[in-house]
Design a protein around this ligand. Sequence first.
Ligand SMILES: [Zn+2]
Ligand SMILES: [Zn+2]
Length: 93
Amino acid sequence: MEPHDLNMAAQPCRWCGGTGRSNELHRRYAPGTCRACAGAGTVLVYLPASACPGCGGTGVHGIRDPVYGSVPCHDCSGTGWSFFMHRFDGDGV
Ligand SMILES: [Zn+2]
Ligand SMILES: [Zn+2]
């Protein structure tokens, strides 16, 4: 099945800004593959794509973490989108 068959479209991952890599702004995770999009730089979002209301589409939790600086939005796992498909199986965020 192609993504459009599922009424989905690839949207840029907000956590990494589409780079697929964690960055120094977001120290929650060690530098390396972005956890939100598994390094793809995009996430598959159900259409019509809607920004996550929990973070306003930024992917960053509104309250800064004293240790990590910023942490992923709990609602969207850092992707910045509502109703997205996880690309990988893992322990989540
Ligand atoms: Zn990402
Ligand atoms: Zn969010």
